[in-house]
Design a protein around this ligand. Sequence first.
Ligand code: 2HA
Ligand code: ZN
Length: 273
Amino acid sequence: MKDILTADFMTEMIRTTGNMYRQGWDERNSGNISLLLDETEVKDYVNLKAVLRSLPTGFKTPELDGKYFLVTGTGKYFKNVEYAPEVNLGLVRLTDGGGTAELLWGLTDGGGLTSEFPAHMMSHDVRLRIDPMHRVVMHCHPANLLAMTFVHSLDEREFTRTLWQMCTECIMIFPDGVNVLPWMLCGTNAIGEATAEKMKTARLVVWALHGIYGAGRDLDETFGLIETAEKGAEIYLKIAHLPRLNHITDDMLHQIERRYGVKAREGYLAQAR
Ligand code: 2HA
Ligand code: ZN
């Protein structure tokens, strides 16, 4: 067996949790990540037959049966992942139609999977149907996006348009926009189902008064997606109370669409002239 701490997926996960912590997105034990892995990626690093513990998930995702995930543990601090990955992360394989997660590595202190495991798995299920290259679900609490949900309309079109209008490149990074869930109790199957439903039409789902979910093809891309939306929210909060003299107009956004080959979410921009 090769040393799992040298695997690309592990070093990327460790860097990403550290970077998210240093961005201020993951105070204390907040936030969670799950990274979908192919069996070919993990087979040299763990004994696929040696199940350390079987953890009931409390829901079914038959399409994910047999799939492998590297996930953050419940109650674990992102800032500690780089110092003790084997305590703070777990590598699991779903069986029993998604009803059981078999632990193959990690969570060595007896800890469990992220409390948001339902939202993660249900979102993977949805995103994989849309994009076979999909791999990552990421949740965190970026301050500006969170703050924005207290003072901005939670209408998805309005919320998305505001972010697109804050930085020229926002529309290039998330042309599908940002979906928004009203406040719901976190850690439940219900918020998992609602998040997955929102993931059908966008890779970013804001949890009002709580945080955000991002989905993408790798850790870097998903981090960048959240980072860009958070930058938009930061600009918004810097200028929301000031008279606005200059604007990013729908006409400008249409120019970006044409030049960079992106397509804004249907109906989110005024018709091009
Ligand atoms: O893992 O962020 O939403 C802690 C959370 C739950
Ligand atoms: Zn949270």
